[in-house]
Design a protein around this ligand. Structure first.
Ligand code: ADP
Ligand code: ZN
Length: 626
């Protein structure tokens, strides 16, 4: 079969997306590839279709290396649903299951084998690959989440370093490495570590146009989160990222108390609890996962409607990867972040206090600064995000700054006052002070500390009384963002001047800040009246009869998914069910053209779906000979 007909018959999709066609053609033809594509971009098909095509051409098995042990069962289940022979090998299998799979492997009876990277280190697995290789039955290696090989990536896995053996031992087998982490440092590291110097590089656009980016100033974070969920996302599946395990637990409890179905996920939970919570998130509708960054890699749930950051992530790569988990189905989704001065200080401190080498820390600080720049930006967030990945773009119309251009004030003068206060108190007392004290001086407060150090005589005392504390904090955040102020974690988070301070002091660097609104403006909901109810929403507008069909189809899908022990979206995506509900097909022919229905699913479920659509009233429909 051609790669086009595999796309259509096996996966039920009409056309390739973005660079998929070129990648698949190249890899099917035996070329090596490094694929950089954003989360949700469609990476899986880039190795699944070549695997099928090459198996059909008698070239044997594709081995997929993936760190996502907890998801392999579902990934393989999804391929089975599409009629593709697949299996996995990882530590969750019993001895019996593993040896059954190994037998099928040696017989060459599988198209795709998913394996955890640790396997590659075992002589047993290598011997099995050797035997396939000698028979010319080892077709392709796909290395998923390839950034795991790099310490610059955020998910470094030492086991990935062993993957060099694939190239050394099986030189004739093509390799495709895939990742959604795109910064230049990580990319170069992947190429070097995996010896992919000769591989063709495919870089997709990293834009995710359906995701709306919003970054708000932290006031009362939990109340802000609650308002955001209540006003826009009641009943939706979402992910809330928090910095610490304790905070994860607290927020999950709080959301539950507020009637929002929330579950915690962090590395400190028992692995059974973690797996159970993940399964519930994947298998039940409308669950909010409150998690540390331990959660999410490889989560391919298509209908996550929002990703919220209650604390600031470490860098833009992390932020982009995490927010990318929203809206894989292409429907409108939100990336919402809340951040404040404390986040900046905490992140700085974590870097400063880490035992890493200074050069490495410098890299981390640079990355943090880029993220601060994004958070403080008064222009299009997407333009900034994409620029970080070296992609030029124009204002998007779908981020907070585009939708509600913030009022901006010129804070250049204020910034100079703040810097000179830091300078003067340092001069006067011989050591530095923290942000609270510096702001008290600027605002002309007579605190005990100011009296104690005689700081009322500093020439900037009281010259900033016209600005509120919130405004001063914004000025300080911005100065930290551009490295004109350093926060010394080793010395009680005191503020220090840096090399970059001078230009700001001289007035050479304009500082522009958004005007903090006393009350955050009410955001207009995109969903109209449905937002306050927890009823499932259809991704397209359906009339009443359509809504009824959609609900019936969902109920049917729920039963099938349960019987197969798979998440519902593996059977059919919401978008597919909605298209069925809208078109009200009367025959298998009508069903066939709908996106997401391949030959196997048509055969397995076509009759049942038609029965559901027609109300199960025995309306005549073509019967498959299945
Ligand atoms: P990634 O691994 O890059 O994060 P996936 O491979 O999970 O993304 O794909 C994201 C979603 O897009 C999946 O639900 C997948 O079925 C769908 N998809 C991928 N390619 C196509 C295509 N050519 N046409 C329609 N849907 C597609
Ligand atoms: Zn924008």
């Amino acid at each position: 079969m051609s790669i086009e007909s595999i796309l259509q018959t096996v996966f039920g999709y009409a056309s390739f997306r973005g660079p998929q066609h070129d990648i698949i053609e190249h890899v099917t033809g035996g070329g090596d590839a490094l694929v950089l594509m954003p989360t949700g971009g469609g990476k899986s098909l880039c190795y699944q279709i070549p695997a099928i095509a090459r198996q059909q051409a008698g070239q044997g098995i594709t081995v997929v290396i993936s760190p996502l042990i907890a998801l392999m069962h579902d990934q393989v289940g999804a391929l089975h649903e599409a009629g593709v022979s697949a299996a996995f090998l990882n530590s969750t299998l019993s001895m019996q299951e593993a040896s059954d799979t190994e037998r099928r492997l040696v017989q060459g009876n599988i198209t795709l084998l998913y394996a955890a990277p640790e396997r590659i280190n075992t002589s047993r697995f290598l011997a099995q690959l050797d035997s396939l290789y000698e028979r010319g039955a080892l077709s392709l290696f796909a290395i998923d989440e390839a950034h795991c090989v790099s310490q610059w990536g955020h998910d470094f896995r030492p086991e990935y370093r062993a993957l060099t053996v694939l190239h050394e031992r099986y030189a004739k087998v093509p390799r495709i490495a895939l990742t959604a982490t795109a910064d230049a440092l990580t990319r170069a590291d992947i190429i070097e570590r995996l010896q992919l110097e000769d591989a063709r590089l495919f870089v997709s656009s990293f834009d995710r146009p359906n995701i709306r980016y919003t970054i708000v100033e932290k006031r009362d974070a939990t109340q802000q989160l609650l308002r955001f969920i209540r006003s826009e996302h009641m009943g939706d599946a979402g992910i809330v990222y928090c910095q610490s395990r304790k905070r994860v637990e607290d927020i999950a409890n709080l959301l539950c108390d507020e009637g929002i179905a929330a579950l915690p996920y962090h590395a400190g939970l028992d692995s059974k609890v973690r797996q159970a919570n993940q399964d519930q998130f994947l298998r039940t509708e409308g669950v909010v996962m409150v998690a540390t960054i331990a959660f999410g890699m490889g989560i391919d749930k298509p209908d996550v409607r929002f990703v919220a950051h209650l604390d600031m992530p470490k860098n833009i790569e992390g932020y982009y990867q995490e927010t990318g988990r929203a809206g894989r189905d292409g429907q409108a989704a939100d990336a919402w972040m809340c951040y404040g001065l404390q986040d900046v200080v905490n992140q700085r401190r974590m870097i400063d206090e880490s035992p890493a080498a200074e050069e490495f820390k410098q890299g981390l600080r640079g990355k943090l600064e880029a993220l601060l720049g994004l958070a403080e930006a008064t222009d299009c967030r997407r333009v900034r995000l994409l620029a970080y990945f070296d992609e030029a773009s124009t204002p998007c119309g779908n981020c907070d700054n585009c939708l509600q251009p913030p009022d901006v004030w010129d804070a250049t003068d204020a910034a100079r006052k703040l810097l000179s206060t830091i300078y003067r108190v340092q001069q006067m007392s011989g050591f530095s002070f923290g942000s609270g004290h510096v702001m008290d001086i600027l605002r002309g407060k007579t605190t005990d500390k100011i009296t104690q150090y005689g700081h009322a005589s500093v020439s900037t005392f009281g010259i900033g009384a016209d600005l509120s504390e919130t405004q001063w904090r914004a000025v300080l955040r911005q100065l930290i963002a551009i490295s004109a102020v350093a926060v010394d974690a080793q010395a009680f988070n005191t503020l220090k001047l840096t090399d970059a301070s001078r230009a700001v002091l001289k007035g050479d660097v304009p500082v522009r800040l958004r005007v903090s609104l006393a009350q955050p403006a009410e955001r207009k909901s995109r969903r109209g009246s449905a937002t306050t109810s927890a009823a499932p929403k259809a991704p397209v507008d359906l009339d009443t009869a359509g809504q009824t069909r959609f609900a019936a189809l969902k109920a049917w899908r729920f039963d099938v998914a349960k019987a197969h022990n798979l998440p519902a979206y593996v059977i059919f995506h919401d978008a597919t069910l909605a298209a069925i509900a809208q078109n009200a097909p009367q025959s298998l022919d009508d069903l066939q053209g709908i996106s997401g229905i391949g030959a196997r699913k048509l055969e397995a479920y076509g009759a049942a779906v038609l029965a559901v659509v027609t109300g199960g009233m025995g309306v005549a429909y073509g019967n498959p000979d299945a």
